[in-house]
Design a protein around this ligand. Structure first.
Ligand code: SF4
Length: 173
């Protein structure tokens, strides 16, 4: 879906904690009408229909509360990556971090410890008393690029979810 510049400026006015949800609502409406471009008028129309209600009712505050994040990344890729793309995406609340509000914090950023992700459970456990509520698996674990996709991703995900922590696949793709 393509967004015009004016449409993007308009959606930026929505409070950060509902911006992700608002974008999806606008795109859904545009797709329903069989178009592939979002205009400023579309954003205004969606504002009246959904966003105003969400702001007034406090919908989306759940994301605002979900604010303690850890990122797990590939131990092998960490040899060549300082993590800049993950932090950029978080600092600007883009891509996989679009859903978070101003209060969100990264409280852990660590590698899996090498195949098959041996230290993930231990480190997640350490963060739980500090309020951890969501773990992002870094995009380097998902993408088949200069390095192969993580073959242990599903197992790592399962181990974290078993501890009652939500897992989101990806950070900056
Ligand atoms: S378990 Fe996955 S993320 Fe960890 S080093 Fe192996 S391939 Fe990389």
């Amino acid at each position: 879906m393509h967004w015009t510049e004016d449409a993007l400026k308009q959606i930026e006015k929505a409070p950060a904690f509902i911006r992700g949800m608002a974008k999806r609502a606008v795109e859904k409406e545009v797709a329903k009408s069989g178009r592939e471009e979002v205009t400023e008028a579309d954003v205004r129309a969606a504002y009246e229909k959904y966003i105003k209600f969400a702001v007034n009712s406090g919908e989306g505050k759940e994301q605002e509360k979900t604010s303690k994040i850890a990122i797990v990344r590939c131990d092998t890729v960490a040899e060549v990556c300082p993590g800049i793309a993950c932090f950029k995406a978080f600092n600007h609340r883009k891509l996989a971090f679009e859903q978070y509000g101003e209060k969100a914090e990264i409280i852990g950023f660590f590698t899996c410890g090498g195949c098959p992700g041996r230290r993930v459970p231990r480190l997640v456990e350490k963060l739980i008393p500090h309020g951890l509520d969501v773990v992002h698996l870094s995009s380097c674990m998902m993408l088949d690029d200069d390095y192969p996709r993580c073959p242990h991703k599903n197992q790592i995900k399962k181990v974290i979810e078993k501890k009652g922590i939500r897992v989101i696949e990806g950070t900056h793709h």
